[in-house]
Design a protein around this ligand. Structure first.
Ligand SMILES: [Cu+2]
Length: 177
């Protein structure tokens, strides 16, 4: 455990040296991930719904495209149906790509943060995440070679429960005299 946290520490400093934007300087969600961008770890008691995701040795997530609503807390129930280890890591595309490069340099690196789950073959685990902002959140498997083989996915975070957009359609466009 001690060596693991030391490794984590080293890893984090490497990430910052590599020039990843450490927006607020907090490390609460892991390797300098900007929690303002992708959201933050969610509370089990606040979960709105569960999304099942499978990971396989064809280096794919199923599904690899998801839509959630801003303000939702999602329980990602992730299952590794392959014979290899896989992991599910949430982040922005930039963060994931930067992280991916580091993983190639330090292939033995294992880490455990709120925004990710690393699973042995046949294992199921979960990540509970609160999506605070609209836009795009990405996910990937950062084990060496997996991301480059296409093991990635995308979550679209749509605007919450706002209504009133519909009135735009039959509103001001007519303007008949
Ligand atoms: Cu993988």
């Amino acid at each position: 455990m001690i060596s693991k946290s030391i490794l984590n520490l080293i890893f984090c400093s490497l990430v910052s040296m590599a020039g990843v934007a450490l927006a607020s300087g907090t490390h609460s969600t892991g390797h300098g991930l900007d929690s303002k961008t992708i959201g933050k770890p969610g509370e089990a008691s606040q979960v709105n719904r569960t999304v099942d995701i499978e990971m396989n040795d064809s280096m794919r997530f199923i599904p690899d495209k998801l839509t959630v609503k801003q303000g939702e807390t999602i329980r990602f129930q992730v299952k590794n149906i392959g014979q290899k280890k896989h992991e599910f890591v949430l982040g922005t595309q930039e963060e994931l790509e930067e992280h991916n490069k580091l993983m190639q340099k330090f292939p033995g690196m294992e880490h455990d943060d709120a925004n990710m789950i690393n699973l042995a073959p046949g294992q199921t685990g979960e990540v509970i995440w609160y999506f605070s902002k609209t836009g795009k959140v990405n996910f990937a498997c950062l084990l060496p070679g997996h991301y480059d083989a296409g093991m990635k996915g995308e979550i679209r975070v749509s605007a919450g429960t706002k209504r009133g957009q519909a009135s735009k359609v039959d509103g001001s466009t007519g303007h008949n005299h």
